[in-house]
Design a protein around this ligand. Structure first.
Ligand code: NI
Length: 633
């Protein structure tokens, strides 16, 4: 095992993601201890994050399964000692759908004569132009699906090799594939609808006319960026944190701290996207199965793009590679997966004194830590922003291609918007859930709900203008399942009640839920049963290393009620102790014709702003600056 030990970098920080060598070593150690045979696959090989930074044993979490039996096991592996520390069967758990399985599912479908015949019925005979996308398919209680690990392939066809297939939905046809056994369980053919053949291409190679008059805008940083990077550690203008990355969550920010005088004050111990679900609202054909959990069922990290300098990212860029496992246990390096750069962000503050003529303005800038994942037809960009005034923001950018459908049998659009002749974008939602291990000024925090309430008219409110601020500490898990309330401008504050600032506040951070949304999530729907996290805008739990996944540990074909709904039934105390805040937010997507054939970015996200954390505006020390490259046009 010397080769394994040699792979552990002596200089690695305990929170550094696993290296390629460590991933391969973890697979080797697990295989040596528990060889599952020819059908052995590796769902996840990831750093087992230590409870404390003083921990010296480097450990991996491994989820491995056998395609022959469907059995899944979890292992905790010591890389330092080359041993398996824990081996846990997880009966019934189904691994995520891996990128390695995307084209495999399509191939299996195309080899099935029933699928080929159904295509022929629609006039499609060139299989090389058929694109049958791999969709997770949920739990619908059909007898022939029991015990199987399934992928529903949903079908489009290209007119030519680089043509946009989503312009040509092959409506009503899917193959249900058992991906473990490599066989088609069933072909679902809901009836022939003519395949629209009008092209809708967006690639530059198809564009014939270009808009004129766009002069270059260049980002110039003549002295380089203001950040420094040491391994996965980053410092920038009074901020400090560590970058992490996992196959399921993608980018993780560890130990976010901000400098205040001589001290580095903590804000968030760990922040990441924890889950997301995209339910579609059309009730017939292949569409009711479309409820994709892009973290839990696919892994948003393994789908990260390699980013391009000067196109995806402008300015002085630092890239981090992402290293993830493949299902054979080897490592895959996604080069330039995480982009770190800074951006000008308009003005930070300004005031002109009309008497003295004094006028001061400061420029705002932000540090951007981002990655972009491609999930089939769709792109999600996750942009964490840090600002000079202590604000933390997550901006999720949604782009890519709407998941198109054909019209109904009678030519109507069904529950959607017609985006082209014979092509429909169904109403759907993108619901995200972030996991925030809070550590505002220390480990013990409490969430306080803040409502703005108009007081009733009366002797102490004679002019009916009185507004009160109603603060309610959320003390237990059930009490802390909360929703936004636009009538009361509701938001939440995460405070440290063990500390008091010089002007008498408990230092806190305000969670501004500006993209909260309502999801119908009827109790009988897949989302109602399997994505309970959408039913509240925030949840608060005691921070637990084994409570990571708001829709359950294994979401693919999962059962009802897992994750946040189950944990919070314990109604544990969540005040004045290490707490995790879970925030659900998203985008209600009523498709626009302008979203087609490729969707201009739409945004959703949330913000964490200091609230009584500092005693006054912490940016008076930002020096005035004037851009020497600016000129009068
Ligand atoms: Ni959408």
């Amino acid at each position: 095992m010397d080769t394994v030990l040699a792979g552990v970098r002596a200089e690695s920080h305990p929170l550094d993601p696993l290296s390629s060598t460590e991933i391969a070593a973890a697979a080797q150690i697990v295989r040596a201890g528990h060889d599952l045979g020819a059908g052995m696959r590796f769902e996840t090989i990831v750093l087992h994050e230590p409870d404390s930074p003083a921990h010296t044993d480097r450990q991996a979490f491994v989820a491995t399964y056998d395609v022959a039996t469907g059995d899944l096991f979890e292992a905790i592996v010591s890389l330092t000692r080359a041993t398996i520390l824990r081996w846990t069967p997880r009966p019934g758990a189904k691994p995520r759908i891996a990128p390695d399985e995307f084209l495999l599912a399509e191939e299996i479908a195309k080899q099935d004569p029933r699928f080929v015949a159904a295509l022929a019925k629609r006039g499609i005979t060139d299989l090389s132009l058929v694109c049958s996308d791999p969709w997770s398919c949920g739990v619908f209680g059909h007898k022939d699906e029991e015990g199987r690990r399934l992928i529903q392939t949903i079908t489009w066809v290209r007119n030519s090799p680089h043509d946009n297939q989503y312009a040509h939905p092959v409506e009503g046809l899917s193959a249900l594939v058992d991906i473990n056994r490599g066989e088609v369980v069933r072909i679902d053919d809901h009836g022939v609808v003519p395949v629209p053949r009008e092209e809708a291409n967006y690639l530059a190679r198809f564009q014939k006319v270009w808009r004129e008059g766009l002069k270059p805008i260049e980002v110039v940083q003549p002295e380089g960026p203001s950040f420094t990077v040491d391994g996965y550690g980053v410092e920038w203008c009074g901020w400090r944190f560590r970058v992490g990355f996992t196959p399921r969550e993608g980018l993780v920010l560890h130990d976010l701290r901000i400098r205040d005088g001589e001290s580095w004050r903590g804000i968030v111990k760990r922040a990441c996207l924890a889950e997301m679900v995209v339910p579609y609202g059309h009730p017939s054909g292949v569409h009711p199965r479309k409820n994709a959990f892009d973290c839990g069922e696919y892994g948003i990290g393994v789908l990260a793009n390699s980013l391009t300098l000067g196109c995806d990212c402008l300015g002085a860029i630092h890239y981090f590679d992402a290293v993830v496992n493949r299902i054979d246990g080897s490592a895959q390096v996604i080069a330039n997966a995480i982009c770190l750069h800074e951006e000008d962000c308009g003005i930070l503050w300004k005031h002109s004194d009309f008497r003295t003529g004094d006028s001061d303005v400061r420029r705002s800038r932000r540090l951007v830590i981002s990655f972009i994942a491609t999930v089939g037809n769709y792109e999600y960009g996750f942009y964490w922003h840090l600002y000079l005034d202590g604000t933390i923001e997550l901006d999720v950018k949604l782009t890519g291609i709407v998941n198109t459908a054909g019209t109904m049998q009678d030519g109507t659009t069904g529950r959607g918007t017609r985006v082209a002749s014979g092509v429909v974008g169904h109403v759907h939602q993108h619901v995200f859930n972030v996991r925030l291990d809070m550590a505002v000024d220390g480990p013990n925090n409490t969430v306080v709900e803040v409502d703005t309430v108009a007081d009733p008219p009366g002797p102490d409110n004679p002019w009916h203008n009185a507004l009160s601020i109603k603060e309610t500490p959320l003390l237990t898990e059930k009490a802390a399942r909360r929703r936004t309330d636009p009538a009361h401008m509701r938001w939440w504050k995460i405070v440290n009640r063990e500390r008091t600032t010089a002007i008498g506040h408990h230092p806190g951070y305000k969670l501004a839920p500006h993209s909260a949304l309502r999801t119908p999530a009827a109790p009988g729907s897949q989302v109602g049963q399997r994505a309970g996290f959408v039913s509240h805008d925030i949840w608060v739990t005691p921070t637990r290393g084994d409570e990571r996944w708001p829709a359950g540990d294994y979401v693919n074909q999962s059962g009802p009620g897992e994750g946040l709904p189950a944990w919070t039934e314990q109604d544990r105390p969540v005040a004045d102790q290490p707490i995790t805040v879970w925030h659900s937010f998203g985008h209600n997507h009523v498709v626009r014709p302008e979203d087609y054939p490729v969707q201009p970015v739409v945004h959703c996200g949330f913000m964490l702003q200091p609230f009584g954390f500092f005693d006054r505006n912490p940016t008076l020390d930002i020096p005035p600056a004037k851009s020497s490259h600016s000129c009068c046009a």
